[in-house]
Design a protein around this ligand. Structure first.
Ligand code: PA5
Length: 449
């Protein structure tokens, strides 16, 4: 099981501080399990892995097998919580180099509005057999909406109607939204996102599971890992016994001690997208009511040669959480080099994983000495089971941490502001007045120096 080690958090967080915060932790955990917290209508994620729907799981696996056999490409269309979890698992668990992967190549669209990328993708898919998984809980999000239009248009121009519907899988709300209506009208294959599971908490629903299964990930094992962690969290509600609670409490104490920025440091490039998922989960859950820890991330050792300088020596308002995989999949020994021209001969015969480990150990001490408290989450292995544990660990931790902060961790009212402006500027009917006011403001900006 995932293990948290935090000996380098003192003096900001010590045993006395943890003891003092325990009653508050107990209170919010109670609220969480009694369903009496802010956002209590969105607690579906809490017991989700414990209520595994084996019929749905089999359906996902069956469809994924078919797609793996038949398709050249599988295109995931979604944004935010409707794509980051799948991508985190796919990048995290698949071979790093595309040529070493099996099954269809997996592409992503609908997570931005870049015309160059869309044009290139539309050129790339020409003549290839592809399936589209369009994922949107609301069914009305602009970025995936436009991307899906582009792909549907392409499918319709290249295939007969009967074939088009076989190539589209819609993952959406069971009760509302344009995507649900389209899935029903056109007869697309459909998967459901439970109403009480928010986007960023949906990685263990078909939102994440279908793309993962198409990538060849053992989603049964992932759900087992998540279920184990869910059981552990429910049965161990004190800091001493539950590392997810300890993590939530520690980061809350660090925030109160004047450290409002958390950097997730990953020591394997495979985990870079996991860090993206984590940033969304924590940023959207906690950053509200003018409060919250700002979540950032670094890939290591890469970023020790860029942001490392700042972390060591810049403003002292940071703390770090390292993600360390204890057991690499493969061994690589550093070779001898005759004459030792690079003077690295003292490393000959050592494992590359050992070098990475010493880099982490040295960094922990250096950053602490420079005033950046840090803790480390140890993940036994990079496999589906441990990813399941990790996904649940962070979901549980952010719920507790958000409640400790006094916010509703399950809503995201701030996301609406840009959408409102964008729709008005794009000329949505009924928004003419808003559009005029915004254009006036923008004119002043355009005219300024
Ligand atoms: O966590 C969230 O709720 C958001 O990040 C959503 O996942 C994101 O905005 C996409 O929404 P939808 O699935 O409705 O298209």
């Amino acid at each position: 099981m995932i293990k948290l080690k935090m000996p380098l958090l003192a003096p900001e967080v010590d045993a006395a501080a943890l003891k003092a915060v325990q009653p508050a932790v107990r209170r919010v955990v109670d609220q969480l399990y009694k369903g009496r917290c802010p956002g209590s209508d969105m607690l579906g994620w809490r017991d989700l892995p414990l209520k595994e729907d084996s019929a749905e799981l089999r359906q996902i696996q069956k469809l994924a097998r078919k797609i793996r056999q038949k398709a050249d490409l599988f295109i995931v269309v979604g944004i935010g919580g409707s794509y980051l979890g799948a991508r985190a698992a796919i990048e995290g668990l698949s071979p790093a180099l595309p040529g070493n992967r099996s099954g269809p190549e997996i592409l992503f669209l609908g997570n931005h509005l870049d015309a160059d990328y869309a044009a290139e993708l539309l050129r790339y898919i020409k003549g290839k057999k592809y399936y589209v998984n369009v994922i949107s809980k609301s069914g009305t999000t602009t970025e995936p909406g436009i991307a899906f239009r582009l792909l549907l248009d392409h499918l319709r121009r290249t295939l007969p109607a009967k074939k088009v519907k076989e190539r589209v899988i819609a993952t959406t709300s069971p009760v509302k939204g344009a995507l649900l209506a389209m899935a029903e009208e056109f007869g697309f294959h459909k998967f459901i996102i439970p109403e009480d599971v928010g986007g960023r908490f949906s990685v263990l629903t078909p939102v994440g599971l279908l793309p993962m299964a198409v990538a060849g990930i053992d989603i049964g094992k992932m759900l087992k890992g998540a279920a184990g962690m869910a059981r552990h969290c429910s049965e161990n509600r004190t800091l001493g016994k539950n590392d997810a609670l300890k993590y939530a409490a520690a980061r809350h104490l660090l925030y109160l001690a004047g450290k409002p920025i958390e950097i997730l440091g990953v020591w394997n490039p495979a985990l870079l997208y996991l860090a993206e998922w984590w940033k969304q989960l924590f940023g959207e859950s906690e950053g509200k009511d003018k409060k919250g820890i700002f979540p950032a991330s670094v890939g290591l050792t890469t970023d020790l040669h860029s942001l490392g300088q700042y972390i060591q020596d810049g403003r002292r308002d940071l703390f770090e959480t390292f993600l360390v995989i204890d057991k690499n999949r493969r061994k690589v020994a550093i070779p001898e080099l005759e004459g030792d021209p690079d003077q690295l001969g003292f490393l000959a015969g050592q494992q590359l994983a050992f070098a990475n480990q010493q880099a982490w150990r040295g960094t922990m001490l250096a950053h602490r000495a420079g005033g950046t408290p840090n803790m480390t989450l140890h993940i036994g292995k990079r496999d589906a089971f441990h990813f399941g544990e990790l996904f649940y660990f962070f979901e549980f931790a952010v719920a507790v941490s958000g409640l400790l902060l006094g916010v509703n961790p399950f809503d995201q009212p701030g996301v609406e502001a840009y959408k409102k402006n964008m729709f008005a500027l794009l000329g949505e009917p009924g928004r003419e007045e808003e559009r005029r006011a915004l254009e006036e403001q923008l004119l002043k900006i355009d005219d300024s120096e």
